[in-house]
Design a protein around this ligand. Structure first.
Ligand SMILES: NC(=O)c1ccc[n+]([C@@H]2O[C@H](COP(=O)([O-])OP(=O)(O)OC[C@H]3O[C@@H](n4cnc5c(N)ncnc54)[C@H](O)[C@@H]3O)[C@@H](O)[C@H]2O)c1
Length: 338
């Protein structure tokens, strides 16, 4: 019976991963999440799963979980660890300025220690932000990473994630640790919250209310939005078949788009009467806010080595996210009226 730990398992991506893992009754899944940025209402989520016997959880930080296991002698058996817990999002990271890189690195070191004690295989969820700007936005695992001269909170997030990756990979060289890395590109889909500053839930909430869609700057930024279900399938494949010490881009190159094009698609797909307005995000979030560089993936490594084939196009991803937001608006109206 595989015992699987998912840190951040009650987050946006984590809930979809946990759903996929508990589908196999032989998997014993344990979530560690402090609910600091979880987009779900925990009881409703657990009810929707039918409170399965093969799912357990601790509501606490990675630090607390690690320390309490270590104090207890750390004899618990764990076969696989998916490490997702992290501050995230262009707005979500801002309040962690100055503490972000140490948090990310220290939590990853705790996961390394736990994995070494238990013999667990690790998949670390890093980020496509480690590429800086790639080559005019094109990000390949084989390229140099580019560190820009300006120090920002976004850079602290990227460098923290990269340092954590490097610690993991180097540990695989000198210990029996088996660890692999996932670099997701602009994940989107049901349960994503706009709170961290993610663009698609913001556009959808605006479009569904027929309010103007607020595009930051001129909207020319390039992204490759990738459906959360495709990210989960890829992450499972990385755990199953990923080469020790290797990083895998998970992003759908077919969904490459500009933010302005995304806004226009959202209006079209939702049949909204919204107009598009252009705003300066620094006026909304202050001077620490920084837009990510253009980025889109070279996904060949995951496609060729893991046989990962992203299945959801951009309109599909927008539609699924819109259905979710409509559903949660209906649920909260019913709750309010009831
Ligand atoms: N959403 C994206 O587009 C995207 C892109 C690239 C990488 N990622 C990475 O994917 C992972 C998951 O992101 P997400 O979008 O699901 O974010 P999320 O905020 O929805 O999920 C993160 C979860 O981790 C929990 N958490 C945060 N810090 C914790 C800590 N110290 N201890 C315990 N729990 C903690 C939060 O409560 C939350 O439930 C993160 O590591 C993020 O860096 C996300």
């Amino acid at each position: 019976m595989p015992r699987i730990l998912v840190t951040g398992g009650f987050g946006f991506i984590g809930t979809h991963l946990v759903e996929a893992l508990i589908e196999k009754p032989e998997n014993q899944v344990h979530v560690v999440d402090n609910l600091s940025t979880s987009p779900i209402e925990l009881d409703s989520f657990l009810d929707s799963l039918g409170r399965p016997a093969n799912l357990s959880w601790d509501i606490c930080s990675v630090e607390h979980y690690h320390d309490s296991l270590a104090k207890g002698g750390g004899s618990e058996r764990i076969d696989q660890i998916y490490h997702l817990a992290s501050a995230v999002g262009p707005v979500g990271i801002l309040t962690h300025a100055g503490k972000l890189a140490p948090q990310i690195i220290n939590d990853t070191i705790r996961i390394i220690r736990l994995a070494l004690r238990t013999g667990a295989k690790v998949v670390d969820m890093s980020t496509s932000e480690v590429y800086g700007g790639g080559r005019d936005g094109y990000c390949s695992e084989n390229d140099f990473k580019i560190v820009p001269p300006q120090v920002t909170v976004r850079l602290e997030y990227a460098v923290g994630k990269l340092a954590a990756e490097i610690a993991l990979v180097n540990t695989t060289k000198v210990t029996p640790l088996h660890a692999t890395i996932v670099r997701p590109f602009n994940v989107a889909g049901p349960r994503q919250s706009g709170r961290g500053g993610f663009v698609l839930p913001r556009f959808l909430s605006q479009a569904l209310a027929n309010q103007p869609l607020t595009v930051y700057g001129d909207g020319s930024m390039i992204r490759a939005f990738t459906h959360v279900q495709d990210i989960v399938r890829g992450t499972l494949l990385v755990m199953e078949k990923g080469r020790n010490g290797e990083a895998y881009n998970l992003g759908n190159p077919a969904n490459k788009t500009s933010i302005l094009d995304l806004a226009e698609r959202v209006v079209r797909v939702t049949n909204s009467s919204s107009k598009i307005s252009f705003v300066n995000p620094k006026e909304l979030f202050g001077p620490l806010f920084e837009e990510a560089n253009d980025k889109y993936p070279d996904a060949d490594r995951a496609i060729n080595e893991l046989e990962w084939h992203p299945q959801h196009g951009l309109d599909d991803t927008i539609r699924h996210s819109a259905e979710y937001i409509r559903g949660s608006q209906l649920a909260s109206t019913a709750h309010f009226e009831g």
